[in-house]
Design a binder for this molecule. Structure first.
Ligand code: PBG
Length: 331
């Protein structure tokens, strides 16, 4: 075995050109999915205070944003609805005239080639803020999210999103069997070609805090720990991914991303489906806050983070930085 001084690892780092030649991973515009929040009303473009640079858009202000995204060359947006009407069953999630359905139809008229990924969940649409229907056990004084009755509502939401023109259905609710139920529902309605991007491995994370401000989806009681995963568990992530694959998922996702890069790597090593990393709201807000203080170089930190996701095994990245990244890559 030869070693130093025969082997010198610095040889391949001696110039920018050489480093370019041996670089193993890169982020491109084709890897990015940009989340958008749509809401009711007119002339709304309200910045989310905990997420500088991210807005709520009413439909009449959305076109400009979509044109900017398309001009940057971004291939896909992830749509989140922020509805006015909430009820116990989240019925505005599967209303054919719901905010996501309306936005989807409009975006398709402006930019038919832009892929619309529809987040399928109930939490923004329920008055209790949970991702499924609630059953209160009076005797035990306990409320819980019921799995199987929630599946029916989630399936209705997914089918109505596909009917409106969504290209990809992205269920984020973490009920058991949601991929199976949604796949059956889509197929029965004639949408057998619409893929499912499953939030397969979604942890009960504190990194969703700013999103819940943005989407008004904080649970009104309790937490999401009976359906989202325990951050301490990695083997369990494999079980979640396996059941989603068996149920017909077309993409797997790990969420959040930064504190879960080991999980990205585990999934990449074991499964062949395209793998998505969700760079969630607090991962965005923390960088924005530090950059605003002048403590970090935002561009450098974000690009390093993104290539880190690729190195960990992600094929695609959902990020609120998508527009900035494309501009930085072009510069
Ligand atoms: C809805 C949903 C959440 C996020 C995406 N879809 C919040 C949650 O589960 O509480 C979080 C996204 C982010 O933090 O950027 N279920």
């Amino acid at each position: 075995m030869s070693s130093f001084p025969i082997i010198r690892n610095r040889r391949l780092r001696s110039s920018a050109a050489l480093r370019n030649l041996v670089r193993e991973n890169a982020v491109t515009v084709n890897d990015l999915i940009y989340p958008i929040f749509v809401t009711h009303g007119t002339n709304v473009k309200d910045e989310i205070s905990s997420m500088p640079g991210v807005y709520h858009f009413s439909l009449d202000r959305l076109e400009e944003e979509i044109r900017e995204i398309v001009a940057l060359g971004i291939q896909a947006v992830l749509l989140f609805g922020v509805p006015h009407d909430k009820d116990a069953h989240g019925s505005s999630a599967y209303d054919p005239n719901g905010i996501v359905q309306q936005a989807t139809r409009l975006i398709k008229t402006w930019a038919p080639q832009l892929l619309i990924v529809a987040d399928t969940c109930l939490c923004q649409f329920t008055d209790h803020g949970h991702c499924g229907v609630i059953h209160v056990d009076e005797a035990k004084g306990k409320a819980d999210v019921k799995n199987d009755p929630s599946l029916e509502l989630l399936t209705r939401a997914a089918v109505s999103q596909a009917e409106a023109g969504a290209d990809i259905i992205a269920p984020s609710n973490m009920m058991d069997g949601f991929v199976h139920a949604i796949r059956q529902g889509l197929d029965a309605a004639g949408y057998e070609d619409v893929p499912i991007m499953s939030y397969s491995v979604k942890y009960a994370s504190s990194f969703y805090g700013p999103f819940r401000d943005a989407a008004h989806s904080t649970p009104q009681f309790g937490d999401r720990k009976t359906y989202q995963m325990d951050p301490a568990n990695a083997r369990e992530a494999l079980r979640e991914a396996e059941s989603d694959i068996a149920e017909g998922a077309d993409f797997l996702m790990v969420k959040p991303a930064l504190a879960y890069m080991d999980v990205l790597r585990m999934l990449r090593d074991r499964y062949q489906l395209p793998l998505v990393a969700y760079n969630v709201s607090a991962e965005y807000s923390m960088v924005k806050a530090a950059a605003a203080q002048g403590w970090i170089d935002e561009r450098a930190v974000v690009l390093e983070t993104m290539v880190g996701f690729k190195r960990a095994g992600a094929d695609l990245i959902i990020t609120y930085f998508a527009k900035d990244i494309v501009r930085w890559l072009q510069a």
